[in-house]
Design a protein around this ligand. Structure first.
Ligand SMILES: Cc1cc2nc3c(=O)[nH]c(=O)nc-3n(C[C@H](O)[C@H](O)[C@H](O)COP(=O)(O)OP(=O)(O)OC[C@H]3O[C@@H](n4cnc5c(N)ncnc54)[C@H](O)[C@@H]3O)c2cc1C
Length: 299
């Protein structure tokens, strides 16, 4: 399995593509995710990442899917995980399980406060912020690849944007190999964030989170959850097509295609697609931009 890589071995001057999937709740959803993984694997992406349900609610299923990506599809995998409700020994136990399945990379997150809790509380003998988790993983498992979450528009919980940006830099400096960003829809924020990271001396790869929108309800939820801004033309399309899902999906694909193309032209070279366990929009976008991704294999 020589092609399974650590994040630090992946990034260079080429353009890079990766995909996020999440553990589904139903048997039908499980069939769909495996079909999506099979379909998108054929493209020869750099990696998949698998999310981790709030508070560890999907820990087993996340591990199962990450293991299938690694051992069946044989594509590099990044397992997300949060430190919500875990002490240091439990974190180590999870890292050992990941390692046991051959998974060589993690996306190290603090996570959101558990339901009913307003503020995140450091678990007893656990971690209060992602930078502490990163430092711990780096110390205990120096060979693991580590990504961290980036927020080009700032993390919603911290009203002081400068302070939040410094926290993000500290988190990368704690031992991360790269940053995956929150979904964003206005490239201005990403490009400003990239320039600020360079000025702050961050040299690790910046992997841009691209969310191909497919329906109006979902779009509103994403803006709410991520705190991302939306350009006026996108909002107009969402309004116009709120009862026309096919046109909304087409508009979402066109928007994301233009978004990625503009970023490529601005020198950005790594794109992480929030697939929502579906392959069609992501494939259409990459098909539209084939010439920029010569290493991808289209049927
Ligand atoms: C790409 C991506 C993938 C994600 N995947 C998942 C997932 O799979 N599962 C899931 O549950 N959630 C996921 N999330 C959401 C994430 O868990 C939340 O955004 C969470 O609120 C913050 O996690 P973090 O790792 O960014 O936290 P941190 O980097 O720790 O930051 C959290 C907040 O604390 C502040 N802060 C940081 N360090 C300090 C410090 N030392 N002192 C004081 N304040 C500080 C920051 O400014 C910020 O407001 C993902 C987010 C992104 C962007």
């Amino acid at each position: 399995m020589t092609h399974l890589k650590r994040i630090s071995e992946i990034f260079g001057k080429n353009n890079h593509v990766s995909f996020e999937v999440f553990p589904p709740k139903t048997a039908q959803g499980l069939r769909q995710i495996y079909q999506t993984i099979a379909r998108l694997s054929r493209l020869n992406p750099d990696f998949f990442s698998v999310t981790y349900g709030a508070g560890g609610s999907t820990a087993e299923k996340s591990l199962e899917i990450a293991s299938a990506i690694t051992n069946l599809a044989q594509v590099t995998c990044v397992a997300h995980f949060t430190c919500v409700g875990m002490d240091q020994d439990q974190v180590l136990e999870l890292l050992n399980k990941l390692e046991g399945q051959g998974i060589q990379n993690v996306l190290a997150l603090r996570g959101d406060p558990p339901q009913g809790q307003e503020k995140f509380e450091r678990p007893r003998n656990g971690f209060g912020y992602a930078n502490e988790l990163v430092a711990y993983i780096r110390r205990k498992k120096p060979e693991l690849g580590i990504l961290v979450a980036g927020n080009p528009e700032g993390h919603m919980e911290n009203p002081d944007k400068n302070n939040d940006f410094q926290r993000q830099v500290t988190k990368v400096q704690a031992g991360a190999d790269g940053i995956v960003t929150q979904a964003f829809f206005d490239n201005h924020y990403l490009l400003t964030y990239r320039d600020k990271l360079i000025q702050a001396g961050v040299t690790q790869p910046l992997i841009c989170g691209i969310f191909p929108l497919s329906n109006a309800k979902q779009a509103k939820r994403i803006f709410e959850l991520s705190g991302s801004s939306s350009p006026r033309d996108l909002l107009e399309k969402i309004e116009k097509y709120q009862n026309d899902p096919l046109s909304m999906e087409k508009a979402g694909t066109e928007f994301a295609t233009r978004q990625v193309e503009e970023l490529l032209n601005a020198g950005v070279n790594a794109f992480h697609f929030y697939t929502m366990n579906r392959s069609k929009q992501t494939l259409d976008i990459l098909n539209n931009l084939q010439t920029h991704f010569p290493r991808l294999q289209f049927d």
